[in-house]
Design a protein around this ligand. Structure first.
Ligand SMILES: Cc1ncc(COP(=O)(O)O)c(C=O)c1O
Length: 435
């Protein structure tokens, strides 16, 4: 059934209201289950746009928010501070690469990136250099505000805005998967292109931005830690800032606390959001090195970073994030071992000769498993098979939202091996039913 757009008061995000099926109305949620109004239970296999870490309505986070709401719900964050924000900054720094020293709060993934881009520009401006160009990676997604769209300009969504975007040079992302024999050539190509740009345009670029280890919305495309290591060396050699957009990869998703930790690399700036509150409230952080911070730390008022949002460092969100971090500390075994379960279940359920023909580019990174369905038109976000598969998975009571012809799992960490087994078995059934 399709939505009768004219009488829907709500306009949904990333949704063609005319063509989309009626949205399912969720009454409550618990663990990995969403419960609809009619009592139907649906397994959330993608952590609701990748935010939910510990399962829905985790009582520890709910309690932390309730207790905080009775003490301080919100306060202006300029000229005032509060314990949850201060504690959270200290806690975050404990788990991030130790070169990162200062936390700037904002509201969501897009704004954490926007902040990083603006900081990078002003970092140079405050030193008397105008550097307004960026380097980013094809297939990247960094959000839907103007700056984040500009550095994610190859995404298929932004055509109406191309004229308004700022200057970004895109280089290829060395995308890899199981048994990829061509990866070294792809990495060389990207790095050569990067070096070329930096050699021919010295003092032009403010920063390089990348989603480290996994490009999320671009199709769960992986790169190797080795590539990030070499990328960091080139950035350092040419003195350009390196921004990691860990909005999706943060908080255990890649099988380590952060992709930067997994790859043993130290960017100048890291963007965080999504899982930061365990999926309860919007919050984001842009975390920087002492060097970046120092370029703003001055007696000169003009060197101030004039940026901030009404809800910056909202105490409820910070309390939720602190509770989520304490849960995460108890979940390290789970997020570090989930890749093994994905590998076992894939070997068990996706090995059929039929699947071999249908499936391409099987890939794993920590809690994430993805593969592409081979179609005649190659890989595309708008591949017709995506919405069809989504509906088929829903018939099996699974929330799996393919990115075009890419199917992936990114479940909350409370999922059990038995539940994962059930999910893989049902994916197998759906694939078997494809014409
Ligand atoms: C890597 C990355 N950066 C930024 C964003 C934007 O985050 P938000 O949707 O919270 O603005 C996303 C969202 O999917 C993302 O995956």
């Amino acid at each position: 059934m399709t939505v009768s757009t004219s009488n829907s008061a709500v306009w949904h995000p990333f949704t063609q209201m005319k063509a989309a099926p009626l949205p399912l109305k969720v009454k409550s949620a618990n663990g990995i289950f969403l419960e609809l109004e009619n009592g139907r239970q649906i397994m959330d296999c993608i952590s609701s746009w990748w935010v939910n870490l510990h399962g829905h309505c985790h009582p520890t986070i709910a309690k932390a928010i309730y207790e905080q709401a009775q003490k301080l719900e919100h306060v202006i964050f300029a000229g005032f501070t509060h314990e949850p924000a201060e504690k959270l900054a200290e806690q975050l720094l404990k788990y991030l690469p130790n070169s990162l020293k200062h936390v700037f709060y904002s509201d969501d993934g897009s704004t954490s990136v926007e902040v990083a881009l603006k900081m990078s520009c002003q970092y140079w401006h405050n030193q008397g250099q105008e550097r307004t160009h960026f380097i980013a990676f094809e297939g990247g997604y960094h959000g839907d505000t103007f700056g984040s769209m500009s550095v994610g300009r190859t995404a298929p969504f932004w055509q109406p805005f191309h004229q308004m975007m700022f200057d970004v040079d895109m280089i290829s992302f060395p995308y890899t998967f199981e048994n990829d024999s061509d990866i070294r050539r792809k990495e060389e190509l990207s790095l050569r292109c990067l070096q070329n740009l930096l050699e021919h345009n010295p003092k032009t670029y403010a920063a390089i931005i990348i989603e480290p280890l996994v490009q999320g919305a671009g199709g769960m495309r992986l790169c190797r830690p080795e590539f990030l290591y070499r990328l960091q060396l080139v950035a350092k050699e040419f003195g350009v800032l390196l921004i990691y957009d860990e909005v999706m990869t943060g908080f255990g998703r890649t099988g380590e606390w952060f992709a930067s930790i997994k790859s043993n690399t130290q960017p100048d700036i890291i963007c965080l959001s999504k899982g930061i509150t365990g999926g309860f409230l919007p919050l984001a952080a842009t975390v920087v090195t002492e060097n970046v911070f120092n370029m703003f730390y001055s007696d000169d008022m003009n060197k101030t970073f004039f940026h901030g949002h009404s809800y910056t460092a909202n105490p409820l969100a910070c309390a939720a994030a602190l509770a989520s971090l304490s849960l995460l500390e108890q979940s390290t075994d789970i997020f570090t071992s989930m890749e093994n379960i994905h590998r076992r279940k894939s070997a068990e359920y996706l090995k059929d000769p039929l699947h071999k023909k249908q499936l391409a580019n099987l890939r794993f990174c920590g809690t994430i498993m993805a593969f592409d369905i081979s179609t005649e038109n190659g890989t595309s976000y708008f591949a017709e098979i995506g919405p069809k598969l989504k509906q088929e998975f829903l018939k099996h009571n699974l929330l799996i939202r393919p990115l075009g012809n890419t199917v992936y799992l990114m479940p909350p960490y409370c999922i059990t091996e038995e539940q994962l087994d059930h999910i893989y078995k049902n994916i197998c059934e759906v694939l078997n039913s494809l014409p």
